[in-house]
Design a protein around this ligand. Structure first.
Ligand code: S3P
Length: 165
């Protein structure tokens, strides 16, 4: 089995869908945010506050290097594909699935979120601005795109299995 790397914006459902997909494929599930939180012994919010975003981004790259060659379903943090080295590592790791969602869907799913440092302030404006900066990168990096707006996580996982597994 190839590994599956799930990419997409915050709130796209990477972790939820990744868990279901891994169960259905009977393989390991790795969530890069959780792995970094465990290694650092603190939340993403605290990592950003204490050490800054650059430190977190370096931790993401180091983790991707460690995961290279591992067979798993990997849910990435939404910003991971924005570094060139990460894109190379992601592409080499397996099939890349972009979980796409519209601004309105993301705003619905993320309103009230307090766990994501990049969404502090005007959450609607943050989502629209950051998503517009990333959409093309996600699209170009992906082998397969699933629109998640009108699907349950189970339906999205099923679609991925049918199309790619
Ligand atoms: C980020 C997304 C988050 C987390 C961090 C930064 C981003 O992960 O890595 O808050 O830059 O989009 P999720 O996509 O799992 O929310």
């Amino acid at each position: 089995m190839d590994s599956f790397i799930l990419i997409g914006f915050m709130g796209a459902g990477k972790s939820t869908i990744g868990k279901i997909l891994a169960k259905s494929l009977k393989c390991e599930f790795i969530d890069t945010d959780s792995a970094i939180e465990t290694k650092e012994g603190m939340s993403i919010n605290s990592i950003f506050q204490k050490y800054g975003e650059e430190y977190f981004r370096n931790a993401e790259t180091e983790l991707l290097k460690l995961l290279s060659g591992k067979k798993a379903v990997i849910a990435t943090g939404g910003g991971m594909p924005m570094r060139e080295i990460n894109r190379k590592l992601i592409k080499e790791s397996g099939k890349v699935v972009f979980l796409r969602a519209k601004d309105e869907t993301l705003i619905d799913r993320l309103s009230g979120d307090t766990q994501r440092p990049l969404l502090k302030g005007d959450i609607k404006e943050r989502i629209k601005t950051i998503r517009a900066q990333r959409e093309e990168t996600y699209t170009k990096l992906s082998d397969y795109i699933v629109d998640t707006d009108d699907k349950t996580p189970e339906e999205t996982a099923e679609t991925i299995v049918k199309e790619l597994a």
